[in-house]
Design a protein around this ligand. Structure first.
Ligand code: GLN
Length: 495
């Protein structure tokens, strides 16, 4: 096993045994970024000096015999909509091209306090709007396993970094699938925690009632490790859930007996490719053979989720993005008077962002509010009830993540409706505020990974991890995020 391919826990063991130092590991991964990232394009900014300084500090603490945090000296990356003190944070947009935040997001503070070196900031769709990372104002990110394909999005850079060995973990954000879908496309584990479990303080807002930060890792237990660091109450986020978060690693045990699994029939429809459906059903069958029970369930309002999501996401985004007016944040373009300056500044936004601002401003207009936004809010309640009813009978739901494996770069740009429709399996989870985890469950005819989604009840994050861990131990005991690719090298010549 190559050094850059280890899990967080494997690396920790080697660090503890002094087989390798964190400085050596961090240098190794930085070198890999230097060699590989010109092809993959996962990072927008690399913070080598900061990462090495944190690595050395972790080494020194270990040398002094201090009890260090489990993540001390284990380097990873941050999606570029998570603000970092003194380090440029762009959200993939020209508007924030040169914005250097004066503070750290709460999750960043916690990672730094744990002694985890931050390698840099990863590429993303502009303001997290998209599913392929192609709406980034700065560059393309390629799928590490097929350079002609998209890594998914909007957290495509974070997924590609973890998949390609350019970081042991990465954080992303998920508003309608932006952690789970790129995790599925790049063949790694990605988790969207329950809304309110992880602080959003310092996350550049897209749609505040849906946004949630979560981890990318190479296996399920690593996701629990990361969640342990970032979860928990934060007084700086008014939507942060009170109380202490549980220890997510302590809950992990591979036990299929007694596990009740539901397959929502609405997620196994003609829009989802046959090979994806088959792979998900096969995962359910494997758990069933090991002692779990599997039954079909129904989420009767699932078919309205996409429509409601795009209403709500656009309405909230258009409100949140009003602040990029050239006055308060980021870049200011010249103009003869204030309206001209604002117009010129807003012209920096890309077409996808503009489309959502226009749509969002329309649906939350005074006369249209009841017909669109309020109706979408009611659908949201109905969906939440659907899930609650399903969770009276089962512990977790098992569904596909995406209709297909990773699509070719360029395709989504041509067909906007197709891009929105492909979010069919992920958006309902955000509308209902639930935890969900995406992990590989098979390989498509094209050799690319197929994603599997575990969904749990609100604050059942430990339950989701536990079920996913059980499946991983059955099917991919060396870590789902690397076992499926069996010796595959990062594709650097497909362009
Ligand atoms: N693809 C979805 C969208 O474009 C999800 C985005 C996200 O989760 N940030 O809205």
């Amino acid at each position: 096993m190559e050094l850059h391919d280890l899990t967080v826990r494997e690396l920790r063991q080697r660090l503890a045994a002094k087989e390798v130092s964190s400085a050596e590991v961090t240098e190794h991964v930085l070198r890999r970024i230097e060699q590989l990232d010109p092809h993959v394009g996962a990072y927008l900014t690399v913070t080598a000096d900061q990462a090495l300084a944190a690595a050395k500090a972790a080494d020194e603490a270990r040398a002094r015999g201090e009890a260090v945090h489990p993540l001390a000296g284990v380097p990873g990356g941050l999606k570029d909509n998570i603000v970092t003190e003194g380090v440029r944070t762009t959200a993939g947009s020209r508007v924030l091209e040169n914005w250097t935040p004066p503070y750290d997001a709460t999750v960043v503070r916690r990672l730094k306090d744990a002694g985890a070196p931050v390698l840099g900031k990863t590429n993303m769709d502009e303001f997290a709007m998209g599913s392929s990372t192609e709406t980034s104002a700065f560059k393309k990110t390629r799928n590490p396993w097929d350079a002609g394909r998209a890594p998914g999005g909007s957290s495509g850079g974070s997924a590609a970094a973890v998949a390609a060995g350019m970081g042991y973990w990465a954080l992303g954000s998920d508003t309608g699938g932006s952690i789970r879908q790129p995790a599925a496309f790049c063949g790694v584990v990605g988790m969207k925690p329950t809304y309110g479990l992880v602080s959003r303080f310092g996350l550049i807002a897209m749609a505040s009632s849906l946004d949630q930060i979560g981890p990318f890792t190479r296996d399920v237990a690593d996701a629990a490790e990361l969640l342990n660091v970032i979860a928990g109450h934060d007084p700086k986020d008014s939507t942060s859930a009170p109380g202490r978060a549980p220890d997510f690693t302590a809950a992990l045990k591979a036990e299929a007996k007694g596990l009740r699994i539901g397959l929502p029939k609405e997620y196994f429809t003609e829009g989802i490719s046959a090979e994806v459906q088959a792979a998900v059903r096969q995962a359910a069958a494997e758990l069933e053979r090991a002692g779990a029970t599997v039954e079909e369930v129904s989420l009767p309002h699932a078919e309205y989720a996409l429509g409601a999501y795009y209403m709500i996401v656009s309405a909230e985004s258009s409100s949140n993005l009003g602040r990029y007016d050239g006055v308060r944040y980021g870049r200011r373009e010249a103009g003869a008077d204030v309206p001209a300056m604002m117009t010129a500044t807003r012209a920096l936004l890309g077409p996808e962002v503009k489309r959502r601002i226009v749509l969002g401003t329309f649906v939350r207009g005074k006369e249209r509010l009841p017909e669109y936004y309020m109706r979408a809010a009611r659908v949201r309640t109905l969906l939440r009830r659907d899930f609650e009813q399903a969770f009276e009978k089962v512990d977790v739901l098992l569904t596909p993540v995406t209709p297909t494996t990773a699509f070719p770069l360029g395709r989504r740009v041509r067909s906007q409706m197709e891009a929105y429709a492909a979010d069919i399996c992920t958006v309902a989870v955000n509308l209902a505020g639930l935890p969900a985890l995406s992990m590989p469950c098979g390989v498509g005819a094209d050799g690319l990974p197929i994603g599997l989604q575990f969904i749990g009840p609100a604050f059942g994050d430990a339950q989701v991890l536990q079920a996913a861990y059980t499946y991983e131990q059955l099917a991919w005991p060396e870590g789902a995020g690397r076992a499926w690719r069996a010796g595959k090298e990062v594709d650097v010549d497909g362009h």
